[in-house]
Design a protein around this ligand. Sequence first.
Ligand code: AP5
Length: 214
Amino acid sequence: MRIVLVGPPGAGKGTQAAYLAENLSIPHISTGDLFRANISQGTDLGRQAKSYMDAGELVPDEVTIGMAKDRMERPDATGGFLLDGFPRNVSQAEALDAMLKSEGMTLDAVLDLEVPEDEVVKRIAGRRICRNDSSHVFHVTYSPPAQEGVCDVCGGDLYQRDDDSETTVRKRLEVYHTQTEPIIDYYRGQGLVVTISALGKVTEVTQRAMAALQ
Ligand code: AP5
């Protein structure tokens, strides 16, 4: 399956993507995680992305589309993928369509996670991620690690993302409404959108998502 996951910052896209990708046996491709890996490795791409991410702005399409394409072309993604955080504006969605069309492929679904803004703010404020791998995600109240500040998966240090400050979160939400939400209508026009509530326990949301995708 080829699936796009969409929803506001903090909706639980990364959390759900980990479970869905495992259930569906497809790789989880997160452009945010790819940028953070580049930042921690000190690459040129990471240096280019960091200032935009810290400001809550989108990283320019010239950088993002090439990076996403390279990842989707890796062998593990030939049978499908779950995209998290890409596309994030209509021009990225058009680029993805063109990319898939050139390979004779199409998307199967766009899963839209709906969460009220006050819940999103609570989820982001308590989020902690692992320094070794930013796909290891915890929450100080909703899904705390067994030992405070230590990743249950690999023992790495947990920290708060630089772009999770209150001001940057406000900016990221504004960018989501103005630039990313329009892709929902774009994909609705293709009959691909399934919307589910992302409220409730993580396992309940996963069950809802799996049912919606079937
Ligand atoms: P990115 O990393 O994609 O961030 P985001 O979309 O803002 O989403 P988040 O990672 O903040 O949230 P999430 O929905 O994954 O929630 P999570 O599962 O962690 O992008 C960051 C930046 O990179 C962008 O601002 C931009 O600069 C750049 N970027 C990335 N892609 C780009 C692109 N395509 N184009 C241009 N720029 C791009 O959950 C949040 C918290 O809630 C966690 O603590 C979790 O434990 C908790 N939680 C999850 N589910 C539940 C639940 N059901 N109940 C209670 N708590 C829950």
